[in-house]
Write a protein of this length. Structure first.
Length: 116
């Protein structure tokens, strides 16, 4: 074998070894980044799932649209009843004012003429 051929083969092997080593290193780098990204995404997914579960649990006790509608109907009924009571109170207030005025007039007449 010719020495220049042997040097060429050695150089080819060295270049191949260098390229293969850097290729493997680049592949390992990419897979480790991918694994780290996947682990990070898995952690985020798990955290997100826990947060959604907490929100769903909290929401379970919240009033529904139907519950709020019933509450609104009850408030409207109470408002009408309060309006009726308010009107009755005004009537009684007017009657008491009239009675008070009548009593004042009677007492004024008694004070004028005496109790006889």
């Amino acid at each position: 074998m010719d020495p220049s051929t042997a040097q060429s083969i050695t150089l080819g092997i060295a270049i191949s070894n260098f390229a293969l080593t850097w290729g493997v290193a680049f592949y390992v780098h990419l897979t480790s980044r991918s694994r780290a990204t996947n682990e990070s995404l898995d952690a985020l997914k798990q955290d997100h799932a826990q947060r959604i579960a907490r929100l769903e649990e909290q929401h379970r006790g919240a009033p529904t649209h139907e519950d709020l509608g019933k509450l609104y109907d009850e408030l409207r009924t109470l408002s009408r009843a309060l309006g009726e009571v308010s009107g009755s109170v005004r009537n009684v207030q007017g009657e008491l004012k009239g009675l008070s005025e009548t009593q004042r007039l009677i007492l004024a007449r008694i004070a004028e003429k005496g109790l006889t």
